[in-house]
Design a protein around this ligand. Structure first.
Ligand code: NDP
Length: 460
C-alpha cells in the first residue's frame, strides 16, 4: 500500500459514507473523506431529521384542537415559521458539528471539496490535488428529480428548498404521491397552509398496502388536504408573486408555492465513473454486489447512489458492512429483507414485510387480519379519526409476513413489530403475547378473527 496516500477514500459524507469512514478508521485504515456540501448528507441536512422536526411542529395543531375536550382552554395559538426554521437550522448545525467531531476523533481526514475519480485508484479534489487510494467508496447519495420538462418548471421547488422558505406559503400545490409529497402535505397543512396534492396515479403511496393507501388518503382529506388523483401538473405560470398550477385535464390551482416530490435520482453525474469503468445498474444507480462492491474490484458504493433501498438506516448498514468486509476481516452482506419503513404523514404510516397483494402473489395461502377503530384519545377530543392495523400471515406456516399500521405512533410500533417479523414470529406468537392495555398497539396481539383468507390462483 506504500504507493497509496490513504487506504480508503470516501466520496460523500452522508449517513453511509460517514459510518463507513469511521468504522474503517477504527479497523486501522488511513481514511480520507471528501464532502462538497455539508457533513451529514441528505438525512441530517435536508431530509429525515429536519423533516421530522417540521412534522413535530405541524402536529401541535391537532394537540391544540384536541385539548378542549380534555378541559383545556387555550388562547388562540399562532405559529411563526421563521422561528421554527431558525431553531431547526440551529439543531442541524449542532448535528453537523457532531458528525465532524466524530470523524476527527476516529482519525478520518475530512476535506470540504468535490472529489471525482480519475482512475481506479486516483481521486481529484476541486483544487486539483490528487489522492491515491487503495480502496474507494462512493457514497454520494441522491438528489431530487423534477420529472417532466414542463413549462414553468423553474418555478417549482423540491424538498431541498422547502426547508428554507422565507415564509410559510398560504397555498401549496404538491406534485407526487410518495413519501416526500405525503409528508410535506401533512407538514404544510398542519402549520396552516391550504394544501392540494396532485398525484398522477389512482391513489397515493404506490407500493404500500392498498388498505394503508386508502386509509391514509381518507384521513388526509379529513385534515383538509385536497387530494387530486389521475392528474399531473402540466405547467406552472407565474402571476406576480404567485403561481398557477395548470393540471392535465384542464384545472387550474392558484398557489404561493408549487413543490415537486416526484422521486430522487442517484448522484452519479460528473463523478468520473465512466473514466474509472464503474458500471451502472438498470435502476440508474451504481451496480454493486451483496458486499457493495462495484464492477471495479477496489471501488465500492453504498446508500442512495446504488438505488437499492433508499433509507438512511440501510445506507448506514451498508457502510458499516463495507468497512467490516474490507478492513475488518469480516465479510458482511447486508440483508435487505424485512426493512421497516415509516411515512411521517398525518396520520403516520409504519410498515414491515409484505403487503397483502405481494403475499397473495407469493404464497400459496394468505390470511389477513385487520382492525380499524377509533383511538381512545379521540373519544374525549371528538376527533373524527380511525387507526388501522393489519397483519398479513402466511396461511401455511402461520408466520406473520407483513405488519401495517396507520395512526399515531405507527412508526414506533413498527420498529418493535419488525423484530418479531424478522424473527419469523407466527400469528400464534403474536396471540400468545399479553396485550398492553389501553394502547392502540394491543390490537396487534388481540386480532383473533381472520378478515379474509386467500388461496393463490393458479397461473393462467
Ligand atoms: P417516491 O419514489 O417515494 O415517490 C415519487 C412520487 O412521484 C410517486 O408518487 C410517483 O408516481 C411520482 N412521480 C414520479 N415521476 C413523476 C412524474 N414525471 N410526474 C408526476 N409524478 C411523478 O419519491 P419521493 O421523492 O417521495 O422520495 C424519494 C425517496 O426518498 C423515497 O422513495 C424514500 O426511499 C426516501 N424517503 C424516505 C422517507 C422516510 O423514510 N420516511 C421520507 C422521504 C423520502 P408513481 O407512484 O406513479 O410512480
Amino acid at each position: 500500500m506504500a504507493d497509496h496516500d490513504v487506504d480508503l477514500f470516501v466520496i460523500g459524507g452522508g449517513s453511509g459514507g460517514v459510518r463507513a469512514a469511521r468504522i474503517a478508521a477504527q479497523h486501522g485504515a488511513r481514511v480520507m473523506l471528501a464532502e462538497e456540501y455539508r457533513l451529514g448528507g441528505t438525512c441530517v441536512i435536508r431530509g429525515c431529521v429536519p423533516k421530522k422536526l417540521l412534522v413535530y411542529a405541524a402536529r401541535f395543531r391537532g394537540e391544540f384542537e384536541d385539548a378542549a375536550g380534555y378541559g383545556w382552554t387555550l388562547p388562540q395559538p399562532s405559529f411563526d415559521w421563521p422561528t421554527l426554521i431558525a431553531n431547526k437550522d440551529r439543531e442541524i448545525a449542532r448535528l453537523e458539528a457532531a458528525y465532524t467531531a466524530t470523524l476527527q476523533k476516529a482519525g478520518v481526514a475530512v476535506v470540504k471539496s468535490r472529489a471525482v475519480l480519475k482512475d481506479i485508484h486516483t481521486v481529484a479534489l476541486a483544487n486539483g490535488e490528487r489522492v491515491r487510494a487503495a480502496t474507494i467508496l462512493i457514497s454520494t447519495g441522491g438528489a431530487p428529480s423534477y420529472g417532466d420538462n414542463i413549462a414553468g418548471l423553474e418555478h417549482a421547488i423540491s424538498s431541498n428548498e422547502a426547508f428554507h422558505l422565507p415564509e410559510l406559503p398560504r397555498r401549496v400545490v404538491i406534485q407526487g404521491g410518495g413519501y416526500i409529497a405525503v409528508e410535506f402535505a401533512g407538514i404544510f397543512a398542519g402549520l396552516g397552509s391550504h394544501v392540494t396534492l396532485v398525484y398522477r396515479g389512482e391513489n397515493i403511496l404506490r407500493g404500500f398496502d392498498d388498505d394503508v393507501r386508502h386509509h391514509v388518503r381518507v384521513e388526509m382529506e379529513k385534515h383538509g388536504i385536497r387530494v387530486v388523483t389521475g392528474r399531473k401538473v402540466a405547467a406552472i405560470e407565474r402571476s406576480g408573486a404567485h403561481f398557477v398550477a395548470q393540471l392535465s385535464g384542464g384545472n387550474q390551482i392558484p398557489a404561493d408555492c408549487v413543490m415537486f416530490a416526484v422521486g430522487r435520482l442517484p448522484n452519479i453525474a460528473k463523478l468520473g465513473l465512466k473514466e474509472a469503468g464503474v458500471a451502472l445498474a438498470g435502476n440508474g444507480g451504481i451496480a454493486v454486489d451483496a458486499f457493495s462492491r462495484t464492477s471495479i474490484a477496489n471501488i465500492y458504493a453504498v446508500g442512495d447512489v446504488t438505488n437499492r433501498v433508499n433509507l438512511t438506516p440501510v445506507a448506514i448498514r451498508e457502510g458499516h458492512a463495507f468497512a467490516d468486509t474490507v478492513f475488518g476481516g469480516t465479510p458482511t452482506a447486508v440483508d435487505h429483507t424485512n426493512v421497516p419503513t415509516a411515512v411521517f404523514s398525518d396520520p403516520e404510516v409504519g410498515v414491515v414485510g409484505l403487503t397483502e397483494t405481494q403475499a397473495r402473489a407469493a404464497l400459496p395461502r394468505t390470511d389477513i387480519y385487520k382492525a380499524m377503530f377509533r383511538p381512545l384519545k379521540a373519544t374525549l377530543s371528538g376527533r373524527d379519526t380511525a387507526v388501522l392495523l393489519k397483519l398479513v400471515v402466511d396461511g401455511l406456516n402461520d408466520r406473520v409476513v407483513g405488519c401495517h399500521v396507520v395512526g399515531e405512533g405507527a412508526a414506533e410500533m413498527i420498529q418493535l413489530a419488525a423484530v418479531a417479523v424478522k424473527m419469523h414470529a407466527s400469528k400464534a406468537d403474536f396471540d400468545a403475547t399479553v396485550a398492553l392495555h389501553p394502547t392502540a398497539a394491543e390490537e396487534l396481539v388481540t386480532m383473533r378473527t381472520r378478515s379474509a383468507s386467500y388461496a393463490r390462483q393458479a397461473a393462467e
